[in-house]
Unconditional design. Structure first.
Length: 319
């Protein structure tokens, strides 16, 4: 096929989905280019112990798992670049990727989108310092570590209720903290949460500081009642965020079909559409198209599928 400046495969994102896609694409000799984006290594690079990724009986540190994936991809010829995609023109093939002012655009025959969905945080310095040390945005991943402890869950919607209920399997007490006095959760979820003997609801309350930065583990929360201004301390060992995720799909607004919350819609696991029609050679994998499971292994699984589909596309179109 045509000119050599056009890439066979560009992978957007260097989390577990993007890096798994890179391993498969590189082993298929597609010489993939991985754009690492604002968070090289993705979400696992900001966590500590991962105990549910198969193959690690004692668990593995998130950054180590990611570093291993990077080395594995690079060993087979994947090229990693610290670059952010600003916009993409997917209206004609080969596709054009814009990396911002002063940077050469990239032309590619296939594109694998693995740009993830970023958890929303409170953005307090103390919270950021304690991510992976008692602060988490993933109850499925870190609930087990909260066994026998008193914990807090932040949020007032369905995902916060779901997290709180799930965490009662491990924690002795769960305090649900909501900034307003109106919980957005559905009635059924509210009923379940309020009826649970281990869940306590605190409304009109914000977290001002996560305590324990010096000790490198969550020791409690400094809270403020937004109505009365009263400040209190809540002794907890974990703080889980349940205030949602933001899918990193900005470059694809108007280019691909997204769901109302901005996740890329896929069918057949990884195929994307534009106005209901398949976009040939473009695939999405990992958390950017999965609002349900959000796990490293599911991201890796769909990353593999996306790379195999990209390879097949190139074969079918006379690479
Ligand atoms: C605190 C925490 C703990 C977790 N623990 C576990 C666990 O124990 N077990 C488990 O299975 N899962 C865990 N998870 C979930 C797991 O990390 C995610 O499911 C997984 O990282 C999703 O992988 P991904 O590749 O789809 O996306 P991400 O890991 O989010 O990676 C997205 C990538 O896309 C890049 N990107 C985004 N936008 C652009 C752009 N415009 N241009 C270029 N690049 C871009 C980012 O820089 C990043 O590299 C945890 C998550 C968190 C937050």
């Amino acid at each position: 096929m045509s000119d050599t400046s056009t890439r066979d495969t560009v992978i957007l994102g260097s989390g577990c989905a993007g890096l798994t896609a890179a391993i498969y694409a590189a082993r298929a000799n597609l010489k993939p280019l991985v754009l690492e984006g604002h968070e090289p290594g993705g979400q696992l690079s900001i966590t500590t112990l991962v105990e549910n990724f198969p193959g690690w009986p004692e668990g593995v540190q998130g950054p180590e798992l990611i570093e291993n994936m990077k080395q594995q991809a690079a060993r087979f010829g994947a090229e990693l670049q610290m670059t952010e995609l600003v916009s993409a023109d997917l209206s004609k093939h080969p596709y054009v990727l814009d990396l911002g002012p002063g940077k050469e655009p990239i032309h590619t025959r296939t594109l694998i989108i693995a740009s993830g969905a970023s958890a929303r945080w409170l953005s307090l310095p103390s919270e950021q310092a304690l991510i992976g040390h008692g602060v988490s945005s993933c109850a499925t991943c870190d609930g087990f570590f909260a066994s026998g402890k008193e914990i807090a869950v932040i949020g007032g919607g369905d995902s916060a209720m779901e997290e709180a209920l799930f965490l009662t399997r491990f924690a002795t007490k769960v305090t649900l903290i909501n900034r307003t006095d109106r919980f957005r959760a559905s009635r059924i979820m509210m009923e379940r949460a309020t009826a649970h003997p281990s869940i306590q609801l605190l409304s009109s309350t914000v977290v001002e500081e996560v305590l324990g930065v010096e000790q490198k583990e969550v020791r409690g929360l400094r809270l403020r009642n937004v109505k009365t201004g009263e400040r209190t301390e809540l002794p907890v060992s974990f703080m889980f965020l349940g205030i949602g995720h933001t899918p990193n799909a900005k470059p694809f607004h108007g280019q691909l079909d997204l769901d109302p919350d901005g996740y890329i819609l896929t069918h057949g696991n990884v195929f994307v559409t534009r106005n209901g029609r398949d976009v040939p050679g473009v695939f999405a994998c990992g958390d950017i198209q999965d609002r349900r499971y959000r796990q490293a292994i599911t991201a890796a699984g769909t990353g593999c599928m996306a790379a195999l589909e990209a390879e097949k596309f190139l074969e079918d179109h006379g690479r």
